[in-house]
Design a protein around this ligand. Structure first.
Ligand code: DC
Length: 236
């Protein structure tokens, strides 16, 4: 396969959708891909996590849909879309470290299953994506669970990234000092089940998605293959 330039002469326009379960390598792959394309990057999971942080800060039970909707109505979630410096804030306060903590991770599936939450955050995601840079803001790589199926069904490339539960648990626990692999594995399975079985836009493999297993391939190879598909003009 040919090597790919770090910044393409012709900037990428359009949307690349990267979906998959926790720990499949979505964030690393998406950020590297966006950087290589000179595109923006949107981490939709960070938005659900930021809202969850606000819910917990407000002392609201994450299972209380009405309480969650009340927090949603007032919380202002902001993101930067630079793949080299992604950041998220709630009401002007940076919460990048806080949203990765165990409390938020334990509660985020419940918050993200509330239909009002999905409606509001999907609308905000579409606003950020715009028209994928065909006019103005530039192409974008978007990662999440429902990007190819719900948020951006017209994406030029849809990727469904998977990896074995064991590999995903090992990667996730390596990111958190002192984390226990077995407990992380159990939590991943719990979240996969919740995220895949909820009624409102569950984790879904879009019919026209390219499926890549990062257990077998490794992150560099995944990025390289995706750049190859885009360079060849391959459409799903
Ligand atoms: O990708 P992540 O682990 O940071 O996502 C956190 C949670 O947010 C995940 O458990 C499911 C939810 N999520 C979602 O429901 N829809 C998305 N598009 C992205 C994330």
């Amino acid at each position: 396969m040919s090597s790919h330039p770090a910044s393409p002469a012709v900037p990428f326009t359009g949307v690349v959708a990267v979906d998959g379960p926790s720990g499949s390598g979505k964030s690393t792959v998406s950020r590297r891909l966006a950087t290589a394309l000179g595109a923006r990057y949107l981490d939709t999971g960070a938005m659900y996590r930021a809202l969850t942080w606000a819910v917990l800060e407000a002392g609201v039970d994450p299972q209380d849909g009405k309480g969650v909707a009340a927090v949603l109505a007032t919380a202002v979630i902001d993101l930067t879309t630079d793949p080299l410096a992604p950041g998220v804030s709630v009401d002007g306060q940076a919460v990048d470290a806080e949203i990765r903590g165990p409390e938020v991770t334990a509660a985020v599936s419940a918050v993200s299953a509330v239909p009002a939450v999905r409606a509001a955050l999907v609308a905000q995601q579409r606003e950020i994506i715009g028209d994928g840079g065909n006019t103005g803001a530039g192409g974008i790589v978007v990662e999440g669970r429902d990007i190819g199926s719900v948020v951006a069904p017209d994406a030029v490339l849809k990727v469904f990234l998977t990896a074995s539960a064991e590999a995903r648990a090992e990667r996730r626990s390596a990111e958190v000092p002192g984390a226990d692999v077995a407990a992380t594995h159990a939590d991943l399975i719990r979240r996969d089940t919740l995220d895949s079985t909820r009624k409102a836009s569950p984790l879904l493999q879009a019919e026209d998605a390219v499926v890549l297993d990062s257990t077998a391939l490794g992150i560099d190879e995944v990025v390289s293959r995706l750049l190859g598909l885009l360079a060849a003009g391959v459409r799903p």
